[in-house]
Design a binder for this molecule. Structure first.
Ligand SMILES: N[C@@H](CCC(=O)N[C@@H](CS)C(=O)NCC(=O)O)C(=O)O
Ligand SMILES: [Fe+2]
Length: 357
């Protein structure tokens, strides 16, 4: 079975796609975003997947790829078109190549026009295709920079994308209105630039008059992507918290295990966000913790020191995850949630105070 997730980067309106084979657990990420690598790490871990490769649809002008960062943490292969002009990839793709993940594969189709090295990826059974910035939903990528060419794009769309089966779902690299997916049949009929009887000349005329400003990050993104997202200096990497070995969840929360908290207890402030009666109830509480019920936390956050890490605790780890969010909003930088709360803390045999049993 295919595992499929559509992920979104709100900064650049970029879609990243995770496709994986449920039997072998091998996964591919299409168009990962540098700033979202931590999110992607978390999802791969939580779904128990092994990232075998990252694929680019092209050298992006609006965000830096996460390919290099993900290779560093997962050992994944970096792959993109040989026509991209990029260096630092493990595999340079050409039209007709196949990229395998477990028993499934993606077929590479050359679809230049937005850039010279644009490719689309078609799933082995032609049920879905990833069109990058060639065909967008009811639109198309722009053709006014990076060796873009409207005529070439028209031919790419007609011969490689709209020629797929009508039911084939199309997933673009961006959507600026929040649309998520379309199909070949829909775009053949309703694409205002390329659908119906619209000819090549009509399309070129349309594209010559888009009048779009260049992407804000273009001068940073293009050189970085020509190196597959490898930063010029290590200082450009997103900072990892150094005060304890933490895990980042797909839900966006830093967490630590009971064992790690035990080890670092002396250096952190432990805040229990349950209610008074729970704190003094049968589950007990962790020695040295202070009680600030969740609903009082916004008003009482000032009781905590900002220069020492804070660990939040509750019964199961749910309310305390929300406490992490509230404390981060209040300006606390080093905050983490105790995984599984008091239930797991006790389940793993750690000592408690004030317990009635
Ligand atoms: N405002 C965006 C512009 C993004 C942009 O130009 N995107 C390209 C893809 S890299 C495009 O083809 N856009 C088509 C459109 O905006 O209609 C930014 O600054 O990043
Ligand atoms: Fe693009």
């Amino acid at each position: 079975m295919l595992i499929f997730r559509q992920l979104f980067d709100p900064q650049s309106s970029t879609y990243t796609y995770l496709v994986a084979d449920s039997r072998s657990r091998e996964a591919i990420l299409i168009d990962p975003v540098f700033d979202q690598a931590r999110r992607d790490d978390a999802l791969l871990r939580e779904l128990d997947l092994k990232l075998v490769a990252t694929l680019e649809t092209h050298v992006h002008a609006d965000h830096v790829t996460g390919a290099w960062l993900l290779k560093r943490s997962h050992g994944s292969q970096i792959a993109l078109s040989g026509d991209s002009g990029a260096s630092g990839a493990d595999r340079y793709l050409a039209h007709g190549d196949r990229v395998a993940f477990g028993e499934r594969c993606l077929e590479v189709r050359s679809t230049p026009g937005h850039t010279r090295g644009c490719v689309s990826y078609v799933l082995d059974d032609e049920s879905m295709a990833f069109t990058g910035d060639c065909l967008l939903i009811r639109g198309s990528g722009r053709t006014d920079f990076q060796e873009g060419d409207a005529r070439t794009m028209y031919r790419s769309v007609k011969s490689q994308i709209l020629s797929l089966p009508p039911s084939c779902l199309l997933y673009p690299a961006h959507d600026y209105r929040g649309l998520t997916v379309t199909s070949v049949a829909e775009e053949r009929r309703f694409n205002p630039r390329l659908g119906g009887d619209i000819g090549e000349k009509d399309f070129v005329g349309y594209m010559e008059n888009l009048g779009l400003p260049h992407p804000k990050l273009m001068d940073i993104a293009v050189p970085a992507n020509l190196q597959c997202g490898r930063p010029a200096q290590d200082t450009e990497l997103p900072a990892e918290p150094s005060w304890a070995p933490l895990t980042f969840t797909f839900a966006g929360i830093w967490e630590l295990s009971p064992a790690v908290l035990e080890e670092h207890a002396a250096n952190v402030q432990i805040v229990d966000v349950r209610e008074q009666d729970e704190y003094r109830g049968p589950l007990g509480h962790i020695k040295g913790s202070s009680l600030i019920p969740l609903h009082e936390l916004p008003a009482r956050a000032g009781e905590l020191a900002k220069d020492r890490p804070v660990v939040t605790v509750c019964r199961s780890g749910a309310r305390s995850a929300q406490a992490v969010v509230l404390l981060q909003k209040a300006g606390f930088k080093d905050v983490a949630n105790l995984q599984g709360g008091m239930l797991r803390w006790r389940g793993e045999g750690n000592p408690v105070e004030g317990s009635r049993d």
